[in-house]
Design a protein around this ligand. Structure first.
Ligand SMILES: [Zn+2]
Ligand SMILES: [Zn+2]
Length: 287
């Protein structure tokens, strides 16, 4: 157990052989994450306090996740082993579709995300950092609570924007230009939808009183989950395969929403669609 509580960090600088080993140990009674939190607070206090860190984490996680799935898409064209995990095996992702989706993503990064980041940096005071790390239970339950709240907010937004012809045409139809999504479709959406999603992701951890570390963890996992939803992959180790009772809809259910837009409005969990009678299963339709 002692080895679990001890984390050693090695830092190499400028190619020199100088290496600095910092060891933080959780004292008895302290949270397991205390060494990690102490290390981050000691070494990156300004970054942790900065309102720009959430933007940096979201944008970098988004591009890294998309590049990962894009690489798989490219490999799948020559590798049946990879292609077997694609939901639409018979339809390779076209480069024209990728270019259009990436183009809109970059446009939004420049005209929307960049000015919003500057405004946030200007307007939001630096965060106050907690002395104690969250316990593992606080971190896991906090992230889960953020996911449940975000899922509910997006479910309502999504249902509303499919219920009104004007709202759909004005704010959501652009996201449905692709009936068989791939990773870059995740943010192929209107500015209003990006702003809505961005606000929930940023403020939900504060609304729920989460620890700073919990909030950043949620942001990273939320971006990854949204890209996974649109990835077009059905891996045996995907969350929708691992979470029991079909509670996590994931990529299969959201892919089906892009084909049948009157179904599966929740982005992640299945319970709201079950309760509202809008749940549909791609696998059952295949049978
Ligand atoms: Zn979608
Ligand atoms: Zn939709």
């Amino acid at each position: 157990m002692e080895s679990l509580n001890t984390i050693a960090f090695t830092e190499r600088r400028c190619g020199n052989d100088v290496s600095k080993i910092m060891t933080h140990t959780a004292l008895p009674g302290q949270p397991l994450l205390q060494p990690v939190w102490d290390y981050l607070r000691d070494n990156y206090p300004d970054a942790l306090r900065s309102p720009l860190l959430s933007v940096f984490l979201s944008v970098s996680t988004y591009f890294l996740s998309c590049l990962f799935f894009s690489a798989l898409d490219a490999i799948s064209t020559v590798s049946p082993i990879v292609n077997q995990y694609r939901i639409h095996r018979e339809r390779p992702v076209k480069s024209t579709d990728i270019n259009r989706a990436v183009g809109l993503t970059l446009y939004h990064q420049i005209v929307l995300v960049l000015p919003a980041s500057v405004a946030q940096w200007w307007w939001r005071p630096p965060l106050l950092l907690e002395d104690s790390a969250p316990s593992m239970w606080d971190l896991i339950s906090g992230v889960l609570a953020c996911f449940l709240l975000f899922d509910f907010q997006y479910f309502l937004w999504h249902l509303l924007h499919h219920s009104s012809r004007w709202l759909y045409a004005t704010f959501h139809a652009i996201h449905h230009e692709y009936s068989r999504p791939f990773c870059w479709v995740t943010q192929h959406m209107s500015a209003w939808e990006i702003v809505s999603v961005g606000l929930w992701t940023t403020f939900d951890p504060h609304l729920l009183g989460c620890h700073t570390l919990t909030g950043y963890t949620f942001m990273v996992l939320n971006v990854w989950a949204s890209v996974d939803d649109h990835s077009g992959y059905d891996f045996p180790w995907a969350l929708h395969r691992l979470v029991p009772f079909g509670l996590w809809g994931g990529a299969l259910k959201h892919d089906f929403h892009h084909q049948k837009p009157g179904t599966n409005f929740a982005p992640y969990f299945s319970h709201w669609d079950w309760l509202c009678g809008t749940d549909a299963d791609l696998e059952k339709r295949r049978e």
